[in-house]
Design a binder for this molecule. Sequence first.
Ligand code: PYC
Length: 360
Amino acid sequence: MYQKLPRHATIFSLGIAQIPPESKKSAQSHIITPINNPDSILKNGIHPMPDPLLVIDSHTGGEPTRVIISGAPDLGTGDMASRKVLLQEKHDHIRRALVNEPRGSEVMVGALLCKPRDPQNTAGVIFFNNVGYLHMCGHGMIGLIQTLHHLNRITPGEHHIETPVGLVTAHLHDDARISIQNVPSYRYKKNQTVNVPDIGPITGDIAWGGNWFFLISDHNQTLQLSNVDHLTDHTWKIRKALEAQNITGEDNGLIDHIELFSPPPDPQAADSINFVLCPGKAYDRSPCGTGTSAKVACLAADEKLKENQIWRQQSIVGSIFEASYQIKNNQIIPTITSRAHITAESTIITDPNDPFTWGI
Ligand code: PYC
């Protein structure tokens, strides 16, 4: 049953929703509790959720984000990198339940809203997907900011969000656009060749934009939505070949995102169109915030984009991110601007009698 989250319940308190007792009670009445059903306790070794898990869904350029705003287990007071490890090791069933079928799909990106470690910051966040955890997520960060605004927890202005790979500064504009100043981004290797079975040698750049990317401009592929099945197969082969040949980012960082670039269909509207393969084999419906950051870092390294110059990156579904960069302390700091739209407010029900309650 649809349940609207009580507006008054959402006064921002360092990243955790404040649900008054009555609202909590009514939210809980939708949860199937295991008390009268001993068979259901500890099914698959998983304890039923003690508190209702409340989520807000949004999309950024077509790519969905599901933010857990309440009910998740306490991950302590460490930094986001250590809380990510805790979430992965002790509570991975929450990720699976939220983003995998039947509640989610391979496209869904989840985000756990956390109390920030530093009270000066607005919040912390841990992003995850159908196969694991992301270091950072650009479209997801824009979705998170829109979610906090929807909940009346933030007003337009600057907000600092802790992630497992560093602090991201987000700017909520008065006109509802959201800009994020991403973590420092850089090109690690230019013109890296990988030999791909069934395809042959493919050359691209390895770059960091908050995740590791292999960026390919020379590919002879048609970047059109009607061609996504083929593009998915093609880029998946490249991803597997990189892994098999031990071609990695710095410090053996797994390259789990592959990006193809082409000239845009309408050069008046965008500077480039991309296809982005995500770690779990879904393609990014948005132009990919971390991927566009990696692209901007490569353009900067090639002196093809000046500081503060705008780069309009179009996705395979036609959505556009505006990107630019600034140099601070000798590092490239990309800024990505877009909008997000709220699509749902939900209470997650974990039915102990449902064999797929923790995902397929
Ligand atoms: O926007 O950074 C991004 C992203 C990563 C995976 C899906 N979207």
